[in-house]
Design a protein around this ligand. Structure first.
Ligand code: APR
Length: 248
C-alpha cells in the first residue's frame, strides 16, 4: 500500500497546475482561533449578530467589538510552518496559486505571491458611505466604530455574510478550480459557499484532491483522494518535503 504522502507528492510533482484552498485551520497554529471548532470565534460572537452586513449597519459599535478583538489577535500573529510550506511549493514551481478564505494576510507574509483573498483582508478599512480607504487601527478601541471624515462608519475590507465575493476573486478562483490538476484543501470545514464549492468544481473537472485537516469534513467523505490528518503545521511541511526533496 503506497504511503498516502508519497502518492499525494507524486500527483503534485506530475501536475501542470496545483492550487490550494485554505481556511481558518491553516492559521490556528499562528494563534488565530478558527470559527466553528469548540472555542472558535463564532462561539463567542454568534455570526448572525456580529458577522452579517445587516448587523453592521444596525449596530456598527457592537460589531466593532469583535473586529477590535480580531484585529488585536491578527496583529500578534505570525506565519506558521503551514504557510511557509505552501510558499516553498510555490517558489519551487509546484503551486500556482492559493485561494484563501482567511483575512490575516499570513500567506503573503510567509512569501506566497499569488494569493486570492476570497473573503477580503482585515488590513484595510473602507468607509461604508464614501468607500474611502484607510489602514486598520485598533487604537480607537475605546471609542467604538471608527468614523470616516464624511461621517460614515469604517468597515474592515472583509466579506460579511450577505455581501458579495469580490468579482475578480470569484472569477479567478472559478477558473483555477476548473483548470487545476490537483487541489490542496487546508483547514476548512466546507460549510461556507461559494468558497466550499471550489473543491467540488475541481473534482468534477478531474482534479486530484488532497485534504489537510485535524478531522474529516464533508469533503473527506465526498471527494478527497488523499486525506492527510493532523495539524496543517505538521502535514503540509511533510508533504512539501516529499515534493521538493526529490526535485531539489
Ligand atoms: N490544522 C488543520 N486543520 C485545522 C486545524 C489545524 N491546526 N485547526 C482546525 N482545523 C480545521 C477544523 O477541523 C475545521 O474543519 O479547520 C477548519 C476550520 O473551519 P471553520 O472554523 O469553519 O473555518 P473556515 O472553514 O475557514 O470558515 C469558512 O466561514 O465564517 C466564515 O468567513 C468565515 O472564511 C470563513 C468561512
Amino acid at each position: 500500500m503506497k504511503d498516502i504522502y508519497a502518492e499525494a507528492a507524486d500527483r503534485i510533482r506530475n501536475a501542470q497546475c496545483v492550487i490550494a484552498v485554505t481556511g481558518a485551520g491553516a492559521s490556528v497554529e499562528s494563534g488565530i482561533p478558527d470559527f466553528r471548532s469548540p472555542g472558535g470565534l463564532w462561539t463567542k460572537y454568534p455570526p448572525f449578530e456580529y458577522a452579517t452586513i445587516e448587523a453592521f449597519h444596525e449596530d456598527p459599535d457592537k460589531v466593532w467589538v469583535m473586529f477590535y478583538e480580531l484585529g488585536e489577535t491578527l496583529m500578534k500573529a505570525e506565519p506558521n510552518p503551514a504557510h511557509y510550506a505552501l510558499a516553498r511549493l510555490e517558489e519551487k514551481g509546484f503551486l500556482t496559486a492559493i485561494i484563501t478564505q482567511n483575512i490575516d494576510a499570513l500567506h503573503q507574509r510567509a512569501g506566497s505571491s499569488t494569493v486570492i483573498e476570497y473573503h477580503g483582508n482585515a488590513d484595510t478599512l473602507a468607509c461604508s458611505a464614501c468607500f474611502r480607504k484607510r489602514r486598520m487601527d485598533i487604537s480607537h478601541r475605546d471609542h467604538g466604530a471608527p468614523r470616516c471624515e464624511c461621517g460614515g462608519y469604517m468597515k474592515p475590507d472583509v466579506v460579511l455574510f450577505g455581501e458579495i465575493i469580490p468579482p475578480q476573486a470569484l472569477l479567478q478562483s472559478e477558473t483555477l478550480a476548473r483548470t487545476c490538476d490537483a487541489l490542496i484543501i487546508v483547514g476548512t470545514s466546507a460549510q461556507v459557499y461559494p468558497a466550499a464549492g471550489l473543491p467540488y468544481t475541481a473534482k468534477d473537472c478531474g482534479a486530484y484532491i488532497i485534504e489537510c485537516n485535524v478531522q474529516p469534513t464533508d469533503f473527506t467523505r465526498a471527494i478527497t483522494d488523499a486525506f492527510l490528518q493532523g495539524p496543517a503545521g505538521k502535514t503540509l511541511p511533510r508533504l512539501a518535503d516529499m515534493v521538493i526533496g526529490d526535485a531539489a
